[in-house]
Ligand binder design. Structure first.
Ligand code: C5P
Length: 229
């Protein structure tokens, strides 16, 4: 079975990251490194994960003018990482430049995906930033834009996977955060679903952070989620 579980290593020190990696690998084979850990540990963290034999999703959610994104994506595409991302709200031209930078790199390259709407968004957040349609329609619209720009997939809420797959095709990768097993706190996430629901709806990968990293026994929590997958 293809690996579907990505664990968000949202910790603030290399030591905590190593402790989790030691416990979770090889049950978990893909780890997401976000701002917190990357700002603390930089490429060293990526190296530690790669040396272990695991893969890295570098979650920096790039958002800037197209030229800046082209240059950043060209650098990231050369790294030995599995996946990195940009914000779809950065617009078509910006995503086009990210895709162009990566595709000019001929060797094996990371997947580039776009964050549609953060899973912490609700209708109020949408109104505040002036988006008029509902969450699902806006997410699908942004996913179609990302596909047209040549990106490999999107990060989206489990609630929107089916619509995105229908509009963008089965091969368009959908990565779902906002995953909460039954009975686990939602924290700041709004549009959540269980691991099994997300996979049943067609998610290619699920990203799970706190339900594993803050569990009493992270390995058992990860194993249970893998069983559900
Ligand atoms: O702890 P939790 O399972 O909520 O972690 C989810 C992870 O996925 C966090 O690292 C968060 O930054 C990331 N993420 C998200 N929603 C998105 C994109 C990324 O929650 N749309």
């Amino acid at each position: 079975m293809k690996e579907k579980l990505i664990v968000a290593l949202d910790v603030d020190s290399l030591r905590s990251a190593r402790e989790l990696l030691d416990v979770l690998y090889p049950t978990v084979k893909i780890f997401k490194v976000g701002y917190q850990l990357f700002l603390k540990g930089g490429w060293k963290v990526v190296k530690i994960i790669k040396n272990l034999g695991a893969e890295v999703f570098l979650d920096l959610k790039l958002f800037d003018i197209p030229n800046t994104i082209f240059m950043a994506s060209a650098l990231l595409a050369k790294e030995d990482i599995f996946m990195f991302n940009v914000h779809a709200l950065g617009g078509f031209k910006m995503m086009l430049e990210a895709a162009r930078a990566a595709k000019s790199f001929e060797k094996k390259r990371p997947l580039i995906i776009a964050v549609t709407l953060l899973t912490s968004f609700d209708n109020e957040t949408l109104t505040q930033i002036g988006l008029k349609k509902n969450l699902k329609e806006e997410a699908i619209k942004l996913a179609m834009l990302a596909k047209r720009a040549g990106l490999d997939g999107v990060v989206a809420s489990p609630k929107e996977v089916q619509g995105i797959k229908q509009s963008c095709g089965r091969d368009f990768v959908v990565v779902c955060p906002g995953i909460r097993p039954k009975g686990v706190s939602k924290d700041d996430q709004k549009r959540t679903s269980t691991p099994a629901e997300a996979i049943a709806r067609g998610a290619d990968y699920i990203v799970v952070g706190r339900p594993i990293t803050q569990a009493k026994n992270p390995l058992v929590a990860a194993q249970k989620i893998k069983e559900q997958i």
